[in-house]
Design a binder for this molecule. Structure first.
Ligand SMILES: NC(=O)c1ccc[n+]([C@@H]2O[C@H](COP(=O)([O-])OP(=O)(O)OC[C@H]3O[C@@H](n4cnc5c(N)ncnc54)[C@H](OP(=O)(O)O)[C@@H]3O)[C@@H](O)[C@H]2O)c1
Length: 246
C-alpha cells in the first residue's frame, strides 16, 4: 500500500542490506537519497529503484572516513539537494580480517564505531534543529558479548550500540528517535560461505527494520529470536564462557 511521500537518507546504500532497505522504502513511496563510496554501484541501485518502483532517487558520494566536526558537513549538501528528510539508515560496516593487527583494529573501529559516532551526533543535531526524525543504526549481535573469533568487530559494534543508546536518551525529547538494530546472520557477502540454518533473508531483514523504525522501536534484533539467543549467551558465567571456543 502506498503511503504519503516521505524522505529517507540511506548511508552505505551499496551494502547488501542497505540496497534491500532501499527497495522496501521505495515500495512504500519514500523519496531516497543514497550515499556510498562507489558511485557506479549507487547509480546501478538507483536505476533499479527507478525502474522497478518508479522511485524518486538521488545519489551522493560519501566516505565515512572523512567525517569531521570541523570540515564541511556532507549533511548540508544532502539537505541542499534533497531538502530535509524524515528517516536515516546508517549501514556502513566492516568485519575486518582475522588478523588482530594494528591496521585491522584501527580500520574496524573507525568504520563501525568512531566515524558513525561522529556522523550520528551531527545527524541527530541536524534533525533536532529541524522537524525531528528517525535514525536506524545498524549494530550487530556481535556487540552483545565479545568472542575470541570477532571481538574487534564486536567491540566496535558494542560501542556503536552504546552510543545509539546515549543519543536516544539525549535526543528523544527533541523529536529525534534513534533505533539500534542488532542483526544476527543475514544473507549478505558478510556471511558468505557460512553454513547455518540461522541465516536470514536480507529482504525479510529489511522489511523488519523499516517496520520497526516506523513503529518507533528502540532496540530491534533481526530476526527477533536473536534477543533470546543472546540473552542466554550473556548469562553464561564468565568462568565457563572463557573456556568456550566461540
Ligand atoms: N550481514 C550480516 O550478517 C550482518 C550481521 C550483523 C550486522 N551487520 C551489519 O549490517 C550492515 C550492513 O551489512 P551488509 O552485510 O549488508 O554489509 P556489506 O554488504 O559488506 O556492506 C558494507 C557497507 O559498508 C560500507 N563501508 C565500508 N567502509 C566504509 C567507509 N569507510 N565509508 C563508507 N562506507 C563504508 C561499504 O561500502 P562500499 O560498498 O563502498 O565498500 C558497504 O556499503 C553493516 O553495518 C554490518 O556490520 C551485518
Amino acid at each position: 500500500m502506498n503511503e504519503p511521500m516521505k524522505k529517507a537518507l540511506v548511508i552505505a546504500a551499496t551494502s547488501s542490506l542497505g540496497a534491500a532497505i532501499c527497495a522496501v522504502l521505495a515500495r512504500r513511496n519514500y523519496s531516497l537519497f543514497l550515499t556510498g563510496r562507489d558511485v557506479t554501484e549507487l547509480e546501478i541501485i538507483a536505476a533499479d529503484l527507478r525502474i522497478r518502483h518508479n522511485a524518486n532517487v538521488l545519489i551522493g558520494k560519501f566516505d565515512l572516513a572523512y567525517v569531521t566536526f570541523s570540515a564541511g558537513n556532507f549533511l548540508e549538501d544532502v539537505e541542499e539537494k534533497f531538502g530535509s528528510f524524515d528517516a536515516a539508515f546508517l549501514l556502513a560496516g566492516d568485519m575486518g580480517t582475522a588478523a588482530h593487527d594494528e591496521k585491522n583494529i584501527e580500520q574496524v573501529v573507525k568504520v563501525n564505531y568512531l566515524q558513525p559516532l561522529k556522523l550520528l551526533e551531527l545527524l541527530a543535531e541536524k534533525m533536532a534543529a529541524g522537524r525531528g526524525g528517525s535514525v536506524a543504526v545498524i549494530s550487530s549481535i556481535a556487540g552483545d558479548r565479545g568472542r575470541q573469533s570477532n571481538y574487534v568487530y564486536g567491540s566496535a559494534k558494542a560501542g556503536l550500540a552504546a552510543s545509539a543508546s546515549g543519543l536516544r536518551n539525549k535526543f528523544s525529547r527533541r523529536g529525534v528517535h534513534i533505533m539500534t538494530v542488532k542483526p544476527g546472520f543475514i544473507d549478505t557477502p558478510m556471511t558468505y560461505g557460512m553454513q547455518s540454518p540461522l541465516i536470514y533473508s536480507r529482504e525479510k531483514a529489511a522489511e523488519t527494520i523499516v517496520k520497526a523504525l516506523r513503529r518507533k522501536k528502540d532496540v530491534v534484533y533481526v530476526p527477533f529470536f536473536w534477543r533470546y539467543i543472546m540473552l542466554i549467551i550473556i548469562l553464561i558465567p564468565e568462568k565457563i564462557f572463557k573456556r568456550m571456543k566461540l
